[in-house]
Write a protein that binds this ligand. Structure first.
Ligand code: ADE
Length: 243
């Protein structure tokens, strides 16, 4: 079925390249996803189309006013059947850290609304009374939520049925397996003396499978030991790592 994604932003033009290229573009052509770009400045209430204002209590910076975002969301909700209750996602460095598990959770929804602020803070009532999920894509600060929304959209849409070709299953992704991926090689078997590991040329499927598992574990232990904290390792696998 189709996933409907609404994006509330002051910079809708930032999205066109990302949403209309490659896998996301194909997913739209295949009617698997549909995007609505909404400039919430269109919902500003005063004659200057003002979307932000000075913070009460003083201090630097500007704050996004509640009315344009509430009105934009409510207008969109009024166009949907009353039983549809979309998640309303606020892009913010103060949010819950985005993970593959969260992507899988969002990919089970049929309608998502993204709110992207730019430069400035959000009036707290937006968080408290409008939003269902406040999400950060990592511990760094962007100029706006647009790039964060694009990251999340990309990772969610690729998990929907029919979006990826059958050759690449999302089940084998790093983080879905709980481990980083094993090293991969393609032809030639020898490039300037840099050789592909023998076992991969051997045709022994059992040995190849074991080699890959071992490499994935070793790579995870070397680069991301935090991922092994809650990972159920067999005694054999613990012995491999110890070697
Ligand atoms: N807006 C600014 N920085 C962000 C971040 N790290 N994640 C999500 N939205 C943001």
């Amino acid at each position: 079925s189709k996933l409907s994604i609404d994006i509330l932003t002051l910079f809708p033009e930032m999205f066109s390249g990302v949403l209309n290229s490659s896998i996301l573009g194909k997913a739209q052509e295949k009617q698997l996803v549909q995007f609505h770009l909404i400039n919430f400045r269109d919902y500003a209430t005063n004659k200057h189309k003002q979307v932000d204002d000075y913070p009460y209590g003083g201090g630097g910076g500007m704050v996004l006013k509640p009315e344009p975002l509430f009105y934009a969301v409510e207008d969109r909700l009024s166009q949907l059947p009353t039983h549809v209750k979309p998640r309303i996602l606020l892009m913010s460095p103060q949010g819950e850290r985005f993970t593959q598990q969260k992507a899988e959770e969002l990919a089970r929804e049929n309608h998502l609304i993204f709110i992207c602020g730019h430069y400035e803070g959000y009036d707290e009532r937006i968080r408290q009374y409008l939003v269902t999920d406040e999400i950060s894509i990592g511990d760094y600060v962007l100029t706006g939520g647009e790039l964060a929304a694009m990251v999340i959209i990309d990772s969610v849409v690729r998990l929907r049925e029919g979006v990826l070709g059958n050759q690449s299953s999302p089940k084998d992704d790093s983080f879905s397996t709980g481990l980083l991926e094993y090293p991969q090689y393609t032809r030639p078997a020898d490039f300037r003396g840099m050789k592909v590991p023998e076992v991969l040329l051997s045709g022994h499927h059992e040995r190849i499978k074991e080699w890959r598992r071992r490499q994935a574990l070793y790579r995870t232990w070397q680069r991301r030991p935090d991922l092994l904290k809650n990972y159920p390792l067999s005694d054999q696998e613990k012995a491999w790592i110890a070697e």
